[in-house]
Ligand binder design. Structure first.
Ligand code: NAD
Length: 310
């Protein structure tokens, strides 16, 4: 009998065509560990998309399991130690979605630089005026890439295409290779953060990168920096949400307690806490917030808001 393969979420029909001659395939929309175990108890292979996590308990319960696949890139949802202990192979598809993610990151950078959401909203209301925060021209500005891997190197190409200076930091790629990938290598994260007008983060989620962009990191960034975090939509691994939100809601980099560019003082009350005016400004200017906030760009709710743009 052909082996049973369970797929956690539909995949492209071409993928199904390749798989079906080799295996009995079940596609499930189970997103919980219990639900997945129920479906995959006899499976020899499981292909995960985003949910559920592939835990030790799940692997142990599926006693015939030989291989775990991740549809896409990033293995942070798989308990690799457990897989190793249990002799289960783990595979993923490096490079498979790098162009797509780089295009998304570029879209977010441009949307922030050009205030796309504000302009769209104003146009729909027939308000023919400049967007409240003005535009940023990217040509001549500095693009900082954190993690110059498959996606990061594509971002370097896109940055050059826009006429930007491209700098990068990668802890594990030698300087020569970072240079070959199109970025000027800088010795550490903070050097990139303090020089870049636009920062884009493309590291995997590891204990080392978890909340790598914390309050201290934000404080190194320039005023009005655009920060894009596509390094993990689900877990926001690179950015520490609460602290960044606090600091960036006050106006972007260089420490949340200092008054700086246009939006710094917006609506802070006397004690320096964001007041009602700031809350209103956030509601009515999501792009401005996105421009300053790593949190917003990592949030799933952001995507539907862009979906209507043609
Ligand atoms: N948003 C999405 O839809 C989406 C899709 C695919 C991948 N991703 C995320 O993007 C990440 C990167 O993908 P990729 O294909 O470019 O991976 P990759 O492995 O090719 O590149 C990651 C780079 O980060 C570097 N790195 C690791 N730890 C670092 C650290 N502490 N400091 C600096 N650099 C570090 C690595 O050396 C590597 O060069 C994935 O791990 C995943 O989390 C997101």
């Amino acid at each position: 009998m052909k082996p049973l393969v369970v797929i956690a979420g539909a995949i492209h029909p071409d993928g199904m065509k390749q798989l079906e001659p080799e295996a009995r395939v079940i596609v499930t929309d189970q997103v919980t560990e219990e639900g997945m175990i129920e479906v995959a108890r006899e499976a020899e292979g499981i292909l995960f998309r985003i949910r559920p996590d592939c835990t030790r308990a799940l692997m142990t319960a599926c006693s015939r399991l030989k291989v775990i696949g991740r549809h896409g890139v990033g293995l942070d949802t798989v308990d690799l130690k457990a897989a190793t202990d249990l002799g289960i192979a783990v595979v993923h598809a490096p490079g498979s979605n790098s162009d797509s993610v780089a295009e998304h990151a570029l879209m977010l950078i441009l949307a922030c630089a050009k205030q796309t959401l504000d302009v769209d909203r104003m146009t729909r209301k027939a308000e023919w005026r400049r967007p409240p925060k003005g535009n940023m021209e990217l040509k001549g500005k500095t693009l900082g890439i954190v993690g110059v891997g498959n996606i990061g190197r594509r971002m370097a190409r896109l940055g050059h295409a826009l006429g930007m200076r491209v700098i990068g930091y990668d802890k594990y790629v030698p300087d020569e290779e970072v240079r070959a990938r199109g970025a000027e290598p800088l010795p550490d994260l903070y050097s990139v953060l303090s020089e870049a007008d636009v920062v884009t983060c493309h590291t995997p989620h590891t204990p080392e990168t978890h909340h790598m962009i914390d309050g201290k990191a934000v404080a190194k960034m320039k005023d009005g920096v655009i920060f894009v975090n596509t390094a993990g939509l689900r877990r926001q691994p690179a950015a520490e949400p609460a602290q960044c939100r606090r600091q960036l809601a006050h106006g972007g980099g260089h420490g949340g307690d200092r008054t700086r560019d246009g939006h710094a003082g917006d609506g802070r009350d006397a004690a320096g806490a964001p007041g009602r005016k700031a809350a209103r400004a956030r509601q009515s200017r999501p792009l401005a917030q996105a421009r300053a906030s790593p949190v917003m760009l990592g949030k799933l709710w952001f995507w539907p808001k862009l979906a209507h743009l043609r």
